[in-house]
Design a protein around this ligand. Structure first.
Ligand SMILES: Nc1ncnc2c1ncn2[C@@H]1O[C@H](COP(=O)(O)OP(=O)(O)OP(=O)(O)O)[C@@H](O)[C@H]1O
Ligand SMILES: [Mg+2]
Length: 458
């Protein structure tokens, strides 16, 4: 029979002790017993006890003093006291001193059983309660992460779900959507949080050095290897390894990665010793890996090993509800780092930020808010403080659209209009001429874009 819990009995009467030991033992409890308080305390300190049953009248240290000692040792431990009929006052005193319940002698075994089960249930519920509370607090422990929109909430829910596992995670999403941030959040929410978080970016390292960075090398493995060095996999032992830009890992290295993922073991370059590590892998890519699969530049078997839990982070234009809070976060950060403080954004400025198509996602928003913070003269961030980056050309290999990534025709037009107004230094007649529009048509477009007509002259 599996143990239901450990019970410590402290009772000087041998017969009573024996009866409790036997009957509760038969019920499936693991029994410890002592004939006085002193030896009871020793047993308590040596082992794990879930509940104490003690007589109040004991030789040497009395039951009440024993109870107080138990409570000092562990205030959450339930203590049931036994007391003789006619000494109810002592029972009351014991309850005041922290006893959970009492039974009056003589009692039936059923009565004792009931009290014990009740107390153990209460204890279990309290513990469940505490761990639930802890879990709830953890849910909000990403102070640097804004994720109020349903789409980002979904991402966070997955983060929480995978954090509890050791599964490999594949983070996808355009540049600047927050892949680094989410990778860190997974690590920090996981049981590995106290272990290392090691990041390696395959595009930032020359191809011929990538393997030695990942797996380490032994002295003499190649020219210049004058000492041996551990790789990122070894450094990340008991922690998380974040492999950024996985889509750019060269084929030879892909094979080696596959082996680590399958067997959890590898050798250093030039080494013969097989090393085993306990590492959770998080990989990220801002390219569509399935496209790379079709082109044959990425191994399918590696893809399936990595794609155990896919987490796709949406582009900012798909969760614009988060923009106001992101702006506040970045403003608070900038304010914290400088003598100036800005806590308000004018409605026009906010409208501009909400209407923009954010090809560079949260990173671009952060840059633009930082720039606006630096430019703003008063305590309010205004429309004139906001300057978007000129539209980027779309990479040649990226499909058939004429427009920059993620941009609609209307957004492109808005961008042209802003650029014209900028080049004309705000002179709307001049801007209208550049665009081949009448001044009224330009006014109309500007008002639609939420840019107020300041009514300046022709
Ligand atoms: N949800 C968010 N809340 C707060 N800050 C965010 C959020 N998402 C991204 N950021 C911030 O935006 C910047 C870019 O994020 P990050 O570096 O994680 O993007 P990335 O997806 O890894 O980009 P890349 O593909 O270029 O590596 C960082 O400064 C990050 O702190
Ligand atoms: Mg990144």
């Amino acid at each position: 029979m599996t143990a239901k819990g450990n019970i410590l009995i402290v009772e000087d009467e041998a017969k009573m002790r024996r009866i409790l030991e036997l009957s509760l033992g038969e019920d499936g409890f693991t029994m410890l017993s002592a004939e006085d308080a002193e030896s009871g305390l020793k047993l308590l300190q040596n082992g794990s006890v879930d509940l104490v049953v003690t007589d109040l009248k004991l030789p040497g240290m009395n039951g009440l003093e024993f109870l107080q000692a138990v409570k000092r040792f562990n205030a959450a431990l339930p203590v049931v006291v036994m007391t003789a009929f006619g000494t109810v006052e002592t029972a009351v005193e014991a309850m005041k001193a922290g006893a959970s319940d009492y039974v009056l002698k003589p009692f039936s075994l059923d009565e004792m059983r009931m009290v014990i089960h009740k107390e153990l249930d209460v204890r279990r519920l309290r513990e469940e309660n505490r761990s639930l509370r802890e879990a709830l607090q953890q849910r909000y422990q990403h102070p640097n992460l804004v994720a109020r929109s349903p789409k980002m909430q979904k991402v966070l829910a997955t983060v929480e779900r995978v954090a509890a596992t050791n599964s490999t995670v594949l983070l996808g999403g355009e540049s600047g959507v927050g892949k680094d941030l989410i990778a860190r959040a997974i690590h920090e929410t996981s049981r590995r949080a106290s272990g290392p978080f090691i990041k390696i970016n395959s595009t930032a390292i020359p191809e011929n050095l990538l393997e030695s960075e990942l797996f380490g090398y032994e002295k003499g493995a190649f020219t210049g290897a004058t000492t041996s060095k551990p790789g990122k996999f070894e450094l990340a032992d008991k922690g998380t390894l974040f492999l950024d830009e996985i889509g750019d890992v060269p084929p030879a290295t892909q094979v080696k990665l596959l082996r680590v993922l399958q067997e959890r073991e590898f050798e250093r370059l030039g080494g013969t010793r097989t090393l085993k590590v306990d590492v959770r892998l998080i990989a990220a890519t801002n390219r569509d890996l399935r496209e790379a699969l079709e082109q044959g530049t990425f191994r399918e078997d590696l893809y399936y090993r990595l794609n155990v839990v896919p987490v796709d982070i949406p582009p900012l234009r798909e969760h614009k509800e988060d923009i106001p809070e992101l702006v506040n976060l970045f403003l608070a950060r900038s304010s914290g780092e400088s003598a100036k403080e800005i806590t308000t954004v004018s409605p026009e400025a906010m409208r501009m930020l909400m209407d923009y198509y954010w090809p560079g996602n949260v990173r671009e928003l952060q840059n633009i808010v930082e720039r606006a913070f630096a430019l703003a003269k008063g305590p309010v961030l205004g429309a004139s403080d906001i300057h978007f980056d000129p539209p980027r050309a779309r990479p040649q290999n990226a499909g058939t659209s004429l427009l920059p990534e993620g941009m609609t025709l209307e957004q492109w037009e808005d961008e042209m209009i802003r650029e014209a107004v900028r080049r004309a230094n705000g002179n709307k007649s001049q801007a209208a001429r550049m665009l081949g529009l009448s001044r009224n048509a330009l006014r109309y477009r500007l008002s639609k874009m939420g840019i107020a007509d300041e009514g300046e002259g022709t």
